[in-house]
Design a protein around this ligand. Structure first.
Ligand code: B16
Ligand code: MG
Length: 220
């Protein structure tokens, strides 16, 4: 029997930690006298910590030692916010969708740019739902490179073509497509319009719809 995989991004798909990332970057920015707004924060969606710092700096130059210290400081603020995270924070329908997918025999992976992904999953009490966890430590090249998704698919033992990726970031959708995977985009068309299917959250999706996607690819 053919095995299929589902690979989930974390922030924006399973939980909304974007607000915590914003508050942590904002605190650092305020302390350093750098203007930073909620609108600026939108560009940081799905982007690595290092790239987020570059976006925050908007061309300002700092030396490497300062960059490392600032990222560490931002992360300490962020990790502190994570203490408030509970299973109640799982986005609507996500827990049920993961459970249904597992029950239907899909192999389940996580592909997050975050180096705190394991902590977030533990706080949400859902680590056990994933066969493979790919986080910000897994690969060197971050999204839009397809490396992380391919790394997770490899761990699942499922060919890329037989995997469906769930992503809320433009760079994440791009990465999935580059990797030759099917992609469900979560969010507005302007952001995830290149995905094979677009929705506003996992609560809108059924496993049957996923089977249709695979059937369109003549995999079922
Ligand atoms: P960390 P995802 C991403 O998570 C966030 O969307 C992004 O805002 C953050 O900068 C990135 O993780 C790195 O996070 O600083 O915790 O390593 O959407 O890829 O699950
Ligand atoms: Mg995301």
């Amino acid at each position: 029997m053919t095995t299929f995989g589902m690979i989930f991004d974390l922030d924006g798909v399973i939980v909304d930690t974007a607000e915590f990332h914003f508050l942590a970057w904002k605190r650092l920015a305020d302390e350093e006298g750098i203007p930073f707004t909620r609108e600026d924060n939108e560009a940081l969606r799905g982007v690595s910590r290092r790239e987020s710092l570059e976006l925050l700096l908007k061309g300002r130059k700092i030396d490497e030692e300062t960059a490392q210290a600032w990222m560490a400081r931002k992360n300490s603020y962020y990790v502190n916010y994570l203490k408030d995270l509970t299973p109640q924070d799982i986005l609507r329908g996500s827990y049920e969708f993961l459970q249904n997918a597992r029950a239907e025999g899909y192999r389940i992976g996580l592909a997050s740019a975050s180096r705190n992904a394991n902590t977030v999953l533990e706080r949400l009490e859902i680590s056990h739902l994933f066969d493979v966890i790919g986080d910000g430590y897994a690969v060197v090249n971050t999204k839009p490179a397809s490396d992380l998704f391919l790394w997770v698919a490899g761990g699942l033992g499922v060919p890329a073509r037989q995997c469906i990726v769930f992503e809320d970031a433009e760079a994440g959708v791009e990465a999935a497509l580059r990797g030759g995977m099917l992609c469900v985009g979560i969010g507005p068309t302007e952001r995830v319009g290149k995905a094979h299917l677009i929705c506003q959250g996992l609560y809108e999706l059924t496993i049957q719809q996923m089977q249709h996607l695979l059937a369109e690819r003549q995999l079922i």
